[in-house]
Design a protein around this ligand. Sequence first.
Ligand SMILES: CC(C)(COP(=O)(O)OP(=O)(O)OC[C@H]1O[C@@H](n2cnc3c(N)ncnc32)[C@H](O)[C@@H]1OP(=O)(O)O)[C@@H](O)C(=O)NCCC(=O)NCCS
Length: 167
Amino acid sequence: MSVPFTPMTFEIETKRLALRMWKESDAYWYRELVAERGVVKPTLENARKKISLFRKGAQENGISLLSIQRQNEGDFIGYCGLIIGRSSLEEPEIAYELFRSVHGHGYATEAASAIVNAAMATGRHRLWSTVRSWNVASFRVLEKIRFERRLRTWDEDGELVWNVRDL
Ligand SMILES: CC(C)(COP(=O)(O)OP(=O)(O)OC[C@H]1O[C@@H](n2cnc3c(N)ncnc32)[C@H](O)[C@@H]1OP(=O)(O)O)[C@@H](O)C(=O)NCCC(=O)NCCS
């Protein structure tokens, strides 16, 4: 599918982190991360399929979630990136999820800030993020990267807050 935007860069380095396109070997850690949500851990085969879908989506849409490694430790700590989500390819959502063991060190903010810059470089003018009203940590990350709360909607899982950042 051709889109009127430059494809997002899929390799980003920040002060402490390396954000990269998913590799098949990330499947092991991706399973562990999903399991931390308190849901059934995906099989290795399903985790590999998911990663292959991330890679295919990146080729088709020019945006993607990226895996995050810490540069010093070299370990996989989660992901951050752009998804269509509840929004659109033109105004995608920023999304992130990190292992609990690394929360509170500013990693999500560092990664998300780099993703905002990468989104700007594609020529986009606006990003969204939909967050459950209880998710204080996620709101704080968004606040630090200059998103503003815009509207509230409700679905079967409760209240959803739509946050926006004009680029
Ligand atoms: C949201 C998430 C990615 C944040 O990751 P992180 O690396 O810990 O984020 P940062 O350290 O960059 O920033 C977190 C901020 O939230 C604050 N925070 C975290 N929990 C908090 C709480 N219960 N009350 C108040 N502030 C809180 C931290 O103090 C920090 O703010 P500060 O820098 O002003 O001190 C992480 O909590 C996560 O993976 N959660 C599960 C997945 C998820 O919810 N993803 C978002 C879906 S919308």
